[in-house]
Design a protein around this ligand. Structure first.
Ligand code: NAD
Ligand code: ZN
Ligand code: ZN
Length: 344
């Protein structure tokens, strides 16, 4: 089968590899769509040894069941499914509670993270990772599994602060951020302030229901404060889908006393935490900072429900498999709006 593989750190190439077969408990999926996540760029850029190579990338997958392995019940060839990408140990305290994204044994285990992913014509996944998607388009189902699920989980964690009438700042209106805006619109009654460097991203945010947009620059904090008020007032929740030094500096300066900063982006920035405020303040008192990771299977089912109700729809740019490297180049240059989805 054709595949796009990280052959060595930083090296993405098109290859022909043997089509895998479904072992006991597994399903061979015919991949219909796979989202290009910014995390794939972080994986490509990671030092040698952090991720296995060679490895087929792609952790945001939807497709149809091709064949089922021994012992698989409930799935038949032709069934349409989205893939929950995390594979926890299934036995630890966290996994037993359904929190596989907190697995104590396999910290970042998953399809396209620790084993071959979906940038290929076929992928083998444990049958337990599949969720039904009804008649939803599979190009739409794929982005729900990460670009949808990750912000949904972050919003779930922050929900105590997302009371009607409160304010949420969303930084980075890319693949995840443009889904976050829709999740906030569909499941909360909060005022949304979208922040991005790109005007096109901000236009998308407005179209999706953001109440205010702020173009990131030297005066980002002042522009956000014009909407949320000066410290110690501020934003009740900041969802940071970038996680670089400048965005974290913005987050800590605009979050309200008692607010929540959800650090989702993996750009490697630092957020200083000190209990006594100095000048400029590190974080207001009573603030919490959380580092959400992906989400749970139960949450993915809810995200799919939002998709099926038409309340959550990725803005997709479609690429054939042989143009996957180009899609990642565009993503790196900030030229993808919404989500790039690769259709093998
Ligand atoms: P993306 O490239 O689609 O979107 C990033 C957006 O941020 C773009 O619109 C870009 O213009 C904007 N941006 C970049 N720098 C900015 C700045 N300084 N200020 C304001 N906006 C800025 O990326 P994505 O696929 O949505 O992923 C976002 C981040 O989330 C990545 O770091 C990714 O690795 C991470 N991620 C984390 C998890 C998790 O579980 N924690 C899951 C998926 C992705
Ligand atoms: Zn991802
Ligand atoms: Zn576990």
């Amino acid at each position: 089968m054709r595949a796009v593989r990280m052959s060595a750190p930083g090296v993405l190439e098109q290859v022909e590899v043997p089509t895998p077969t479904a072992g006991p408990g597994d399903v061979l999926l015919r991949v219909s769509a796979v989202g290009a996540c910014h995390s794939d760029l972080h994986i490509l850029d990671a030092p040698a040894g952090m991720y296995p190579t060679p490895m087929i990338l792609g952790h945001e997958i939807a497709g149809t069941v091709d064949t089922v392995g021994a012992g698989v019940t409930g799935w038949s060839p032709g069934d349409r499914a989205a893939v929950y990408g995390i594979i926890g140990c299934g036995r630890c305290r966290a996994c037993l509670r359904g929190l596989e994204n907190q697995c104590r044994v396999v910290p970042v285990g998953g399809i396209g993270l620790s084993r071959d992913g979906g940038l290929a014509e076929h992928v083998v996944v444990p049958a337990s990772r599949l969720l039904h998607v009804g008649d939803m388009e599979l190009e739409q189902a794929a982005p729900l599994t990460d670009a949808g699920l990750t912000p949904y989980h972050a919003v779930e964690l922050a929900r105590p602060n997302l009371r009607p009438g409160t304010t949420c700042v969303v930084i980075g209106i890319g693949g995840l951020g443009h889904m976050a805006v829709q999740i906030l619109v569909a499941t909360t009654a909060v005022r949304i302030i979208a922040v991005d460097t790109s005007v096109a991203a901000l236009d998308l945010a407005t179209r999706l229901g953001a109440h205010h947009v702020v173009q990131a620059g030297p005066d980002t904090v002042e522009k956000i404060r014009a909407h949320v008020g000066p410290a110690p007032d501020g934003a009740d929740v900041v969802l940071d889908f970038v996680g670089a030094d400048p965005t974290l500096a913005t987050a800590r300066q605009v979050v309200a006393t008692g607010g929540r900063v959800m650090l989702v982006g993996l750009a490697g920035g630092t957020l200083p935490v000190r209990p006594v405020a100095d000048e400029p303040p590190t974080l207001p008192l009573e603030t919490s900072v959380e580092i959400p990771f992906w989400g749970t299977r139960a949450e993915l089912q809810e995200v799919i429900a939002l998709g099926r109700l038409g309340l959550l729809q990725a803005d997709v740019q479609i690429f054939p498999l042989d143009r996957a490297p180009e899609a990642y180049d565009l993503l790196r240059r900030g030229e993808i709006h919404g989500r790039a989805v690769i259709v093998p």
